[in-house]
Unconditional design. Sequence first.
Length: 316
Amino acid sequence: MSLHRVVALLNPPQPPFELACAAEVFGTVHTDVPVRYSFRTCAVRPGAVQTTVGFAMLVDAGLEALREADTVVVPGWQPHGASASPAVIEALRAAHDRGTRIVAICTGAFVLAQAGLLDGRRATTHWRHADRFAATFPAVQADPDVLFVDHGDVATSAGTGAGIDLCLHLVRSDHGAAYAAQIARNMVLPPHREGSQLQYAAQPAPVRADESLAPLLEWAASRLDTRLTLDRLAEHAGLSSRTLARRFTEQLGTSPGQWLLGQRLDAARVLLEQTDLPVESIATRVGLASAVNLRRRFRAHLGTTPGAYRRTFGET
């Protein structure tokens, strides 16, 4: 399998965390994960690129690197909303015209919008800059209430950590849920988060460590083939049903039922990829009761069928 070439376009002062989101997902080599991506950086002017936190990075490639990319990532852009140079706009448009996937993390969406790649499309950026983004680019359907938006050829994410969500989503789209889960496991992260970025816009009261949902989530994820009602989850956690539902909203941005459905669909995806079990058996194993229900959920949430998904990502 040829490597999928990912190139990050940097601009001084470069936010290092947004770059690290892409570098960790696409560029880090783990002994237990097959290498399917290559990763490099470029800038308008190769050399030392200053960051927003006081150190500089050495970038050895110019915009010509974009001509070799399968995916271009714009990992943030400072100052917020600053105009990109004509050379950058031209290079991004040319890459997109060649069929290269163009991805923006956080304020990188401003650059994609300047290039006209988001006109008439839904897009997102960090919630702090969402109003300015919407006002500056009225042709773009700005959506501040999502973690990311993926159109296939163009994708945008909300602020900072949502860049990881988007990158892992792209890996799932490229190579399936099991491969994405391997990368996420090495990062000590869930393969995907539920909910929207608006849950992070406010400043909720900090959740005490002893109220963490992690033990409950681990317990439930190991019992997906059983009947897991809200009352049963609450009983195991030693909480009232109402309190547990509130904790899910505060910590995960979703309800217990939606979280469980996501876990069951992820488990089904892995079984479809890695086994030749019948769809009916998979539905039972992941707690979705029947093949009919699994197919309905797959269609509603993933836009495809279990059979089509297995043909695309199956390993057996």
